[in-house]
Ligand binder design. Structure first.
Ligand code: ADP
Ligand code: ADP
Length: 229
């Protein structure tokens, strides 16, 4: 079944057409990698799927919810769609554990006990159980990004969006973040990933989308993109 449906989406910044009639689907459990030059609209497209942008045309449906219909509650969207950014955006004055429980308590209205259990389970999964009491500033970039992924997963999203999740990391930390993403992929998470990591695309993607000037100009399997003629 379709998890994400993007139909004829148009987005302007002033006179610049950042998204120009973009359409594609992501099926349940599918992994889509989006590539393309800087400024081609990749980030704007991902942000639109999380309702962080107001689109000017077309529609986006996630798990049956029409994101840009008047009636749609923004909080409902945030529960369905998890997003991980290039910059980790953790709360610096909260511990790792608090970073992961906060939205669970407020948005999901879970009990403290439930939220902590979930957070500890996810911290184990990203290999950081021993860092629960640490403040983000004490962690490496790779560790902070793994916490950011755990925080996003704590909301039980149906889809995870990754916007250049390793671009701000030192090279030696890229692998640990990609490993967490690969294990998430193996568990069947529906994922849309903007990345320059072609090894990841080759290994994980069911489909690669190439964007240029706000349009999808090519779409195919990793083999199609990465096999030299
Ligand atoms: P990519 O992620 O592929 O690098 P973006 O989606 O970030 O591309 O940007 C697409 C185009 O839209 C670029 O020309 C960029 O400068 C422009 N853009 C992005 N965000 C804004 C904004 N908030 N205001 C004006 N222009 C923007
Ligand atoms: P990314 O490609 O990772 O989104 P950018 O540096 O392109 O990073 O954008 C960072 C932020 O600045 C985003 O919120 C984007 O919307 C905004 N932005 C990008 N280009 C422009 C622009 N030309 N004018 C205004 N804001 C912009």
């Amino acid at each position: 079944s379709k998890m994400v449906e993007v139909r004829n989406v148009v987005k302007y910044f002033g006179r610049l057409k950042a998204l120009d009639d973009v359409s594609f689907d992501v099926h349940d459990g599918e992994k889509v990698v989006i590539i393309g030059p800087s400024g081609s609209g990749k980030s704007t497209l991902l942000r639109s799927i999380n309702k962080l942008e107001a689109i000017d045309g077309g529609r986006i449906v996630v798990d049956g919810i029409d994101l840009y219909s008047q009636q749609t509650d923004i909080n409902k969207v945030r529960e369905e769609v998890g997003m991980v950014f290039q910059s980790f955006n953790l709360f610096p004055h909260k511990t790792v554990l608090e970073n992961i429980t906060l939205a669970q308590l407020i948005v999901r209205k879970r009990s403290k006990k439930e939220a902590v259990e979930k957070a500890m389970m996810l911290l184990g999964k990203v290999g950081l159980a021993e860092k629960a009491a640490a403040y983000p500033g004490k962690l490496s970039g790779g560790q902070q990004q793994r916490v950011a992924i755990a925080r996003s997963l704590a909301m039980d999203p149906k889809v995870m969006l990754f916007d250049e999740p390793t671009s701000a990391l030192d090279p030696e930390m890229i692998g640990e973040v990609l490993d967490v993403m690969k294990s998430l992929a193996r568990e069947g998470m529906t994922m849309v990933v903007v990345t320059h990591e072609m090894g990841f695309a080759r290994e994980v993607a069911d489909r690669v989308i190439f964007m240029d000037y706000g349009k999808i100009v090519e779409e195919g399997t990793p083999e199609h993109f990465f096999t030299n003629p």
